[in-house]
Design a binder for this molecule. Structure first.
Ligand SMILES: Cc1ncc(COP(=O)(O)O)c(C=O)c1O
Length: 436
């Protein structure tokens, strides 16, 4: 394959045209620089240092609004785990979304943001007693239970009709990576529909005088591209609702709506989802003669992934069997390539050049610390160059670690030409504070 043939599939930093849908809305190539939220990437890197996670506020808000507009009667719940940050939670509250949290820690961020408890749902396949107590104390509106032990524990801790949903494994294959496929049998999440465990959970919740069953929940996976997978989930979940023997007011279909990462990746068909899932819900409810429950959805990635761009500085270039371009971050700020084989586009900012395929690697002591393989960068890429990696808004800050005691990067929000950190850069003092 020639280089020219490769260009459309793997993205090239010297192309004037950005990968469609992958970058924050309104991102432009101006000269050789990249304008994100009205600010040149070179300027952001100089001011905030690298690595730096840039987050375009307007893109986040626009996508949150799109979900609400597509399903005006549904409750749209932001999956707080995808980008845990009080300021982002505040944007979601302002946009009228609810919030799901998966631990007392995420709930602490929600509290710090002043997120209304009446719009918070607590998740998690394992909730410790501390998680449950924190949820009850703040008065979160619903808790999604995930095991019989948890039902008993919550029943004992709750005092007055705590609203509960049950997480069900509907047995739907969402055709995604095995490590993010959560709707199929033989994985740790939820109560199996097929085995009867879900119905047993319904009975156990109903038996608990301190709990009130309001809904059923399922989450079939992440990076789900096919609306048909959600239609199938609706079909199975409504069948379960019909056999519950008690009124189920809410049906939560979870999140998992795909986001584009590379040139040619398609956006999630939100309009098609809204239309087909609503139709499936009405049809199945009529068929089973049950009142249609209120629909809930929990998008995370589809709201924040494409709002994020990570800026890295090249530290070294090594020629061996291939060209390795080593940057000042890596798997501590982006473990997704190592975890799921996730692929990213990379762009050199500030200058152009004849492209050649390179592998961008991180600074960590793991051979698997690879950020992007076979991406095209100018052939004379060298130390000091600035690289930009798009689609890094979801599960980047969230999954970041301190491996090799590397400090985690800041998250800098940009909007209308103004930049402000919403998460500051971690310092060595932060690291040392925990050591006894
Ligand atoms: C229960 C639940 N809801 C929502 C989400 C959000 O998924 P995504 O960010 O892929 O939309 C997740 C992700 O793990 C989840 O576990």
């Amino acid at each position: 394959m020639t280089l020219a043939e490769l260009l459309p599939s793997i993205g090239c930093s010297t192309e004037p045209v950005l990968e469609e849908g992958v970058w924050p809305d309104g991102t432009e190539v101006v000269g050789q620089d990249l304008l994100i939220g009205g600010l040149p990437a070179t300027q952001l890197a100089a001011r905030f240092g690298t690595p730096c996670q840039v987050l375009d506020e307007q893109t986040v808000r626009t996508r949150a609004r799109a979900f609400r507009a597509a399903l005006p009667r549904a409750e749209v719940v932001f999956a707080g785990k995808s980008l845990p940050c009080p300021e982002v939670y505040r944007w979601m509250a302002q946009e009228g979304l609810s919030l799901d949290v998966s631990s007392a820690g995420e709930l602490a961020l929600a509290r710090a943001a002043g997120f209304p408890a009446s719009r918070i749902i607590m998740h998690g396949n394992v909730k410790t007693a501390e998680d449950l107590k924190a949820a009850l104390e703040y008065g979160v509106s619903r808790i999604v239970v995930d095991s019989l032990d948890e039902i008993a524990q919550l029943g004992a801790l709750a005092t007055h009709g705590q609203e509960v949903m049950i997480r069900v494994t509907p047995g739907v294959d969402a055709h995604t990576h095995a490590k993010i496929a959560t709707g199929v049998e033989d994985q740790k999440f939820g109560f199996s529909l097929a085995s009867g465990a879900a119905l047993e959970a319904v009975l156990r919740v109903v038996e608990q005088p301190s709990l009130r069953l309001v809904g059923l929940h399922c989450h079939i996976g992440s990076q789900v591209r096919h609306v048909a997978s959600y239609e199938e989930a609706v079909r199975r979940m409504v069948g379960l609702i019909a056999s519950c023997g008690t009124r189920i007011e809410q049906l939560d279909l979870g999140g998992g709506f795909c986001a584009p990462y590379l040139r040619g990746d398609s956006d999630f068909d939100l309009a098609g989802f809204a239309h087909r899932v609503t139709a499936a819900l009405n049809y199945e409810c009529a068929l089973h003669r049950v009142p249609p429950p209120r629909l809930l959805i929990e998008p995370g990635r589809a709201i924040v992934a494409n709002a994020g761009v990570t800026l890295y500085r090249v530290c070294a270039v090594k020629e061996s069997a291939r060209t390795f371009v080593a940057v000042d971050g890596g798997m501590s700020d982006n473990p997704r390539p190592a975890l799921y084989g996730a692929k990213y586009a990379v762009r050199l900012v500030g200058r152009g050049g004849r492209p050649k395929p390179v592998t961008v690697v991180g600074r960590h002591c793991e051979a698997g610390d690879v950020l992007a393989e076979d991406v095209l960068l100018p052939g004379d890429v060298h130390a000091g160059d600035l690289l930009a990696v798009p689609a890094t808004g979801a599960y980047h800050h969230a999954l970041a670690s301190n491996y090799n005691q590397v400090c985690r990067p800041p998250v800098v929000a940009v909007k209308d030409g103004v930049a402000r950190p919403v998460v500051r850069r971690e310092t060595e003092e932060d690291l040392l504070r925990r050591y006894v």
